[in-house]
Design a protein around this ligand. Structure first.
Ligand code: ADP
Ligand code: MG
Length: 545
């Protein structure tokens, strides 16, 4: 009897323990399922927030075209600055001679020598790259430009026999200066402000080419700045040199920007401010300035001026500074809002912060950080994941494009870069999905931006922004957009999503006439080409655009 009771007692204890263990296991599972559901919820919310249906992309296209109009109509009329470049002539392949380029746009500068043989031939350029010593970035303009001029002189001396006569010969230089500049002619412009770690106060408000030319003169180097350009303009020049149907250039690298060829009569805000080569029109403008003393004369001159522009079909390259584009149609998430608020330039460069290489990795980092906060999918302490910009875009691209069945690259990057070891496969898949959503949105928005430019100039097959004609009446012209930048050229998935969206927005038929052509190193070779086109040696036989 007593033994029987003991047996029953043991059996009950075992059963209770088993139930308790089962309850704990089930409880854990339920908890973990709940957590997983929360993570999946974060992903679903992200997908919804980043949605770029064709309908929405078309709204972005229209917004881009409208903002372009507004930016051309008046100074400050839009977040798009639509800067005049005074470049009214692009290289056409007939250029001959030796030209130089200097690219200053960050901690390194580059000098190039390009030999042009006519008939679209460029001999392999000589290139030299040098870091700018840190202390010169915040010293005086004289010190900075003396240093650059010395390097340039050394580079030039390698070309000839180094004799004094060789140095006396005048050379033309294309100067790519990747800082905000208010252009005053094709070869001159005033520095608005420094960015990227430079801070030479005496330089702000001064004419950039003059500073360089004075330094070159001090070093005994006979060189003239024939063109002062932005890197997108260099890209357009190089694209146009190889293919005259090139009408726009887009850069999608660390940052993003675009420029395109606009009819001068559409640039309302410049009115009489004309290019150096538009002689006849400049004359009209001068007449208008000097001899009109009544309002009606003024009006007559202005109408003649506009008619002349229209008649001559003059064009000018406009630097859009499209990184600053904004529209309420852009699909913005809480991650974008936080990234912007934490940035040194809040409310600035909104488009760039959604599409360029500087930011995509950090958007992904923010999403997976949120996921780990919501449901510690990566375990406890994650100091690395909380560090801004620790996940660079090329690493994010590597995770996105990891096609191994076990996602070994994803595991490696999470471990090595973010110090998160042993991430389960299903979580690794989730990370890949986040990369996909962020990159797909970026690429599709970039495509909408490009179609926005095409729409503005009536090259999207829809009859332009005010056109009411149907697609079938429009004969599409072959249209080439030069494109460069590491995000586009090195990130296959980004490029493929961008192409796919172009076709979706334009339609298969119209998309066949639009060609995106990779044009590498426009900021170097393209600037040298612009020096050739705008050099006084070449100006006599150029054709206006
Ligand atoms: P920059 O824009 O600085 O002049 P690039 O045009 O070469 O220089 O672009 C570099 C940028 O492109 C990097 O900052 C990075 O964001 C992006 N990038 C470069 N390589 C890759 C890659 N393999 N995958 C994704 N993005 C890349
Ligand atoms: Mg670049």
């Amino acid at each position: 009897m007593g033994r029987g009771l003991v047996v029953v007692g043991v059996a009950v204890t075992v059963a209770v323990t088993a139930c308790a263990v089962a309850a704990v296991v089930v409880g854990k599972r339920v908890k973990s399922r709940r957590k997983w559901r929360r993570v999946v919820g974060v992903l679903a919310e992200l997908e919804q927030g980043c949605e770029t249906t064709v309908g929405r992309l078309k709204q972005v296209v229209d917004a881009m075209a409208v903002e372009m109009h507004a930016g051309l109509a008046s100074e400050g009329g839009s977040k798009l600055k639509m800067l005049l470049t005074f470049v009214d002539t692009l290289p056409n392949g007939s250029e001959k001679g030796i030209y130089y380029a200097l690219h200053l746009g960050g901690t390194n500068f580059r000098v190039l020598r390009v030999q042009l043989g006519g008939q679209r031939s460029i001999l392999e350029p000589d290139v030299e790259r040098q870091p700018i010593p840190q202390h010169l970035m915040t010293s005086t303009s004289e010190e900075l430009f003396d240093f650059i001029a010395s390097s340039l002189k050394e580079f030039v001396e390698k070309e000839g026999d180094g004799s004094d006569t060789s140095l006396m010969r005048r050379r033309d230089l294309g100067f790519t200066f990747s800082f905000p500049v208010k252009q005053t002619s094709v070869s001159t412009g005033i520095l608005i402000k420094w960015t990227k770690g430079f801070g030479i106060e005496d330089m702000v408000g001064r004419e950039v080419s003059e500073c360089l030319e004075q330094a070159m003169a001090r070093k005994g180097l006979n060189m003239l700045v024939a063109a002062l350009v932005n890197d997108t303009v260099g890209t357009l020049a190089l694209g146009h040199y190889h293919d005259p149907d090139t009408i726009a250039a887009v850069i999608i690298g660390t940052g993003t920007n675009a420029c395109y060829l606009e009819r001068t009569d559409a640039i309302i805000k410049c009115q009489g401010l004309l290019t150096t080569s538009g002689g006849m029109v400049s004359f009209l403008y001068v007449s208008r300035q000097t001899s009109s003393d009544s309002l009606s004369d003024e009006l007559i001159y202005f109408v003649i001026y506009l008619l002349t522009l229209t008649y001559l079909h003059l064009h000018q390259v406009v630097n859009m500074e499209w990184g600053n584009f904004w529209s309420s149609h852009l699909p913005r998430t809480s991650y974008d809002i936080e990234l912007d608020a934490d940035s040194p330039n809040p409310n600035d460069q909104g488009f760039e912060k959604m599409i360029s290489g500087m930011y995509l990795g950090d958007i992904v980092r923010r999403v997976i950080l949120r996921m780990s906060h919501e449901a510690d999918i990566f375990g406890d302490a994650l100091p690395k994941l909380s560090m801004p910009f620790i996940l660079r875009t090329p690493l994010m691209a590597e995770m996105h494009e990891d096609d191994s069945p076990e996602l070994t690259e994803v595991a490696r990057i999470l471990k090595d870069t973010l110090e998160i070891p042993d991430v389960p496969l299903k979580v690794r898949k989730l990370v890949v999905k986040v990369c996909d959503v962020v990159t797909r949105r970026a690429a599709r928005l970039a495509a909408a931006g490009i179609v926005g430019i095409l729409k503005k100039i009536g090259r999207d097959g829809s009859g332009g922004i005010t056109g009411g004609r149907s697609r079938s009446d429009i004969k599409m012209k072959r249209t080439v957009v030069a494109i460069e930048g590491g995000l586009y050229t090195s990130y296959t998935m980004f490029r493929e999503y961008l192409h796919e969206a172009m076709i979706e927005i334009l339609g298969e038929e119209a998309a066949q006439h639009v060609i995106l052509k990779v044009t590498e190193d426009g900021s170097g070779v393209g600037a040298a080409l612009l020096a050739a086109t705008h050099s006084s040696d070449h100006v006599d036989n150029v054709q206006l655009l």
